[in-house]
Ligand binder design. Structure first.
Ligand code: HPA
Ligand code: ZN
Length: 319
């Protein structure tokens, strides 16, 4: 769907399509444990978040050079642009690369080669958000923030991703305080598989401005009331929720009820190469499965710009 929109929840490593994975594997002499793209695709049957993350981290082995990260980002930006994305706030997971001996500079400079010219080449403005892996230690997150210091002019904010349950936001209080002191914006995944309390903690302890996913807020009426009152944006990812089985079928997704409740929802693709679609595909899928009206779709698109870290003008706010 080509409705102009911003994408606010997108892991660049999750845009690695099987074809590019094999191309990069051949270029870098990396052996993948799959015979071809078809047999790799058959591995895309996930039980939950962890079963997806296992494959997601495994395939990252093919990303080694600046050029690899540049090619990855350019492929995403071209696809996103074709689906109406005009602005993208892109997550990356440096710890997953540092652990394999790929340096922060390789990742950031490589991504930047594509992002720096994206407005011109793809008509998509971009921001980078550096995520900490919540199943790694708090010390490792602090070291990662330190390693990013030479590149802070290219990073708008920090996020928190990977295995949620058992890794509450409070574990990352110190690194979020340090990030805030450096002037970085703050977001965090919360309430994807984890309980509503993790959403409350992300707001109260980490000071986040948006909640990534946030789906499980619907279990707490007080929390919903707070999110509505404070206009806290939620970056929902409907196709991801189905593939990772947080929602049984798309027709059961709580998005319409969440919009009716007054929550500031946005629709995003999360890891589109793995979950069956890019931003426009997610819009189309929810329109079809949930019967969303044109007005609701426009609201979602407008929310995506309002919730972005772009400076928005009064005219857009008033619309
Ligand atoms: N949730 C948590 N961590 C992730 C995700 C996700 O959807 N995608 C990539 N890392
Ligand atoms: Zn995500």
């Amino acid at each position: 769907m080509s409705l102009p929109k911003a994408e606010l929840h997108l892991h660049i490593e999750g845009t690695l399509e099987p074809e590019l994975a094999f191309e990069l594997a051949a270029r870098n002499g990396v052996e993948l444990p799959y015979a071809d793209t078809d047999s790799l695709r058959t591995a895309y049957q996930f039980e939950d978040l962890q079963s997806f993350l296992n494959l997601y981290y495994e395939l990252m082995a093919v990303l080694r050079t600046e050029r690899d990260f540049e090619d990855l980002a350019n492929a995403y930006l071209a696809r996103a642009a074709a689906q109406g994305v005009r602005h993208a706030e892109i997550f990356f997971d440096p710890q997953a690369h540092l652990a394999r001996g790929v340096e922060m500079g390789t990742v950031v400079e490589g991504l930047w080669r594509a992002l720096g010219s994206s407005a011109r080449n793809h008509g998509v403005s971009t921001q980078l958000i550096m995520c900490f892996l919540r199943d790694e230690s708090a010390e490792s997150a602090l070291e990662t923030l330190d390693a990013a210091k030479p590149y802070l002019d290219r990073i708008v904010g920090v996020g928190l991703d990977s295995a949620e349950v058992g890794h509450p936001p409070v574990k990352f209080r110190e690194v979020y305080e340090a990030a805030a002191a450096l002037g970085l914006r703050r977001v965090a995944h919360a309430g994807e598989e984890g309980p509503p309390e993790y959403i409350v903690e992300a707001l109260d302890v980490l000071g986040v401005e948006r909640i990534d996913h946030g789906l499980r807020c619907v279990e707490s009426p007080e929390l919903v009331a707070r999110l509505v009152r404070d206009r806290v944006p939620l970056t929902l990812c409907p196709l991801s929720n189905v593939r990772l089985r947080t929602v049984d079928v798309l027709g059961d997704h709580p998005l319409p009820a969440m919009l009716d409740a007054g929550l500031m929802c946005t629709v995003n693709s999360d890891d589109p190469a793995y979950f069956g679609g890019y931003a426009g595909d997610n819009f189309e899928a929810v329109q079809q499965a949930l019967g969303l009206s044109e007005e609701r779709l426009r609201e979602l698109a407008r929310n995506s710009f309002l919730a972005s870290f772009l400076e928005h003008d009064e005219e857009l706010r008033a619309r």
